[in-house]
Ligand binder design. Structure first.
Ligand code: PMV
Length: 317
């Protein structure tokens, strides 16, 4: 039960899954078939402000531009705000600014819905726990569940039919030397949304049957390796998990391919460098960009090999 909205600003980081969320058991509630584990991107994320709209009509802006109500971002944001308005006439002004460089070509739905959840909770003066906010953010976008927290975050798939136990919690681990690099490949809009790609894969890919159990085992293993700070084992498993996810899509009928020739060329270069001793591993999501994980001592080698790399320090401050 919420009162009248007030002005409230919030921030949430974007995140990259080391063990992927791919496939829903409940499509309306964004309940996953498997648990996932991510690393948040520190200052790369979304700043969102929610305020009562003086003009009396809803207004949504993104990166300084007032959006047409027909755009996907505006309609999704307002539909999400309706969860808080619950039928009351409370026009809102929602202002979002992403700090993720556009050139990085990263989707921002994770940080966007997490920041919007925090801002709406604040605006409607709801004092919810972070676990509860994570659960609400999930309704906007699955990966937003994890963006409520910084650092390493696990989203447990949960068992309850209503999703009441499907939210993320942080792992109590700091790893100051942990690094992420984004290798931008294609910064244009993606060919299929992750939602459509996921559902189509679940519905048609004969390889998908092998995914949920393997992904659950990968998630547990990666969590254990994060706790042990065993970088090699973590990296190997994260890369294998991402490639297995893409294999399920490639077997979908018709196939979905987010990875382009340029993505594969980066992987070939990475694998060749790894034979010569480079300790870096790749992960890819529903887009062509390649993300690398490595430790601080490998940073010079990574940026020499990939001059276009944008390096993120997840445990900076
Ligand atoms: O949150 P969504 O619905 O955009 O799905 C995200 C799916 C992946 O990015 C491919 C994997 C993940 O766990 O983030």
């Amino acid at each position: 039960d919420a009162g009248d909205p007030v002005e409230f600003a919030a921030y949430a980081p974007s995140n990259i899954a080391l063990s992927k969320y791919w496939g829903k058991r409940d499509r309306s509630r964004n309940l996953p078939l498997n648990s996932s584990l991510s690393i948040s991107l520190a200052e790369w994320g979304s700043h969102t402000e929610v305020a009562p709209s003086e003009s009396g009509i809803d207004q949504v802006s993104l990166n300084g531009e007032v959006l047409d109500m027909g755009t996907a971002f505006a309609s999704k944001a307002l539909k999400f705000a309706d969860l808080f308005r619950a039928g009351r006439a409370q026009p809102l002004k929602i202002t979002t600014r992403n700090t993720i460089p556009t050139a990085a070509g990263l989707a921002s739905s994770a940080s966007g819905f997490a920041a919007l959840t925090r801002a709406l909770c604040g605006s409607f003066s709801l004092s919810l726990s972070e676990a509860e906010m994570s659960l609400i953010a999930r309704l906007g976008s699955g990966s937003a569940t994890r963006s409520i927290w910084h650092g390493f975050v696990r989203w447990d798939k949960g068992r309850a039919e209503d999703g009441s136990d499907s939210f993320a919690t942080p792992l109590d681990v700091t790893w100051p030397d942990f690094r992420i690099a984004i290798i931008p490949v294609d910064v244009g809009p993606k060919s299929h949304s992750s939602r459509d790609g996921m559902n189509h894969t679940v519905d048609t890919s004969p390889l998908f049957a092998a995914w949920p159990d393997q992904a659950e085992a990968d998630c547990d293993f990666i969590e254990a390796m994060v706790r042990e700070q065993n970088f090699t084992a973590l990296g190997q498993r994260a890369e294998a998990n991402a490639l297995a996810m893409h294999a399920t899509m490639q077997a979908a009928r018709p196939a979905i391919t987010y990875l382009t020739q340029d993505s594969w060329a980066i992987l070939e270069r990475l694998w060749a460098a790894r034979k010569n001793g480079l300790e870096a591993y790749a992960t890819m999501d529903a887009g062509a960009n390649v993300k690398l994980i490595f430790e601080a001592q490998s940073q010079d080698d990574v940026t020499t090999l990939f001059p276009e790399a944008q390096v993120i320090v997840p445990f900076a401050g």
